[in-house]
Each structure stands twice: as structure tokens, then as C-alpha cells.
Ligand binder design. Sequence first.
Ligand SMILES: [Zn+2]
Length: 154
Amino acid sequence: MSRQSGNKIRSKGTEKSSREAAAAKRNRGLSRLQKKDFIFLGILALVAIAFLLWFLLGYRKSGNRVEITVDDEFYGTYDLNEEQEIPIEIGGTVTNILLIRDGEADMTEADCPDQICVRHVSISHVGENIVCLPNRVVVSVTGEEEPQLDSVAQ
Ligand SMILES: [Zn+2]
């Protein structure tokens, strides 16, 4: 590095000094640009973080509890992130079995004749529900932070 620049000084002394001046100018321009870049990157980072937070909060709000009502009466709420099997008892007998697994709730068993609730796909998002009409069982996903309008009205 030092030897190369020494050679340049000997052979093209004047050109080097003008080049140096140009380089210095460029450097000044670069540092100014870098400052701007830092501000720009800072804003970009803030936007990215804000977006990430919005996404994460939005994702969390996508439903993390399951609420069960039987005959329009509150039966219980369950954590959607906790794997569990919930036997739903009506009058001392288990009529429906709800399985919570992988953040989804699925009706696995029911003694109803139509079996519509059992055939229903598993639910995981706020507002989704599984209804067992014959047993009057309603399973719905609710957000922890934002209560649903329905439950506020009740
Ligand atoms: Zn059913």
C-alpha cells in the first residue's frame, strides 16, 4: 500500500495531488451522504420495528382463547395455546369433546345425530366458531385483549 502510493507520487505527482483533492471532496460528500443514510436507515429501522410490532400484536390478537357456551350460558374459556382435551358435560353426561392442539380447537367427538360439529374444520381465529345445534354447544375463538362485540353486548 505505502510502496504503491510512493510510486505514484514519483511518477504522477501533480495528478496525485489533484486526485487527492478530488478524493477529499468525495470523502466529504460521502460522510455527508452517510449521515443522511444513517438518518434514513434509522427511520427505516423504526418503520420496520413498528411494522414488526404491529404484525406480532396483530398475530397475537388473531385469537388465543376459546370460549364455550352451552344453551347460551357461559361454560368456560380455555387457552388456545395449551394442548388440552375438554369434555363438555351437559346434565352430567359428556356430549361433546373439544380438542385444543397446535393453537387450534377441534370438536373431536359429539353425541349429536348430525355430527356437523365434528366434521367442522378446526378453528383458530377470532370470530370463528363451531356450533353443535342439537346440543346447543357453541365454541368460539376470542381475542384476549379485545373482547368481542357480542360478549360486550351480553
Ligand atoms: Zn354436534
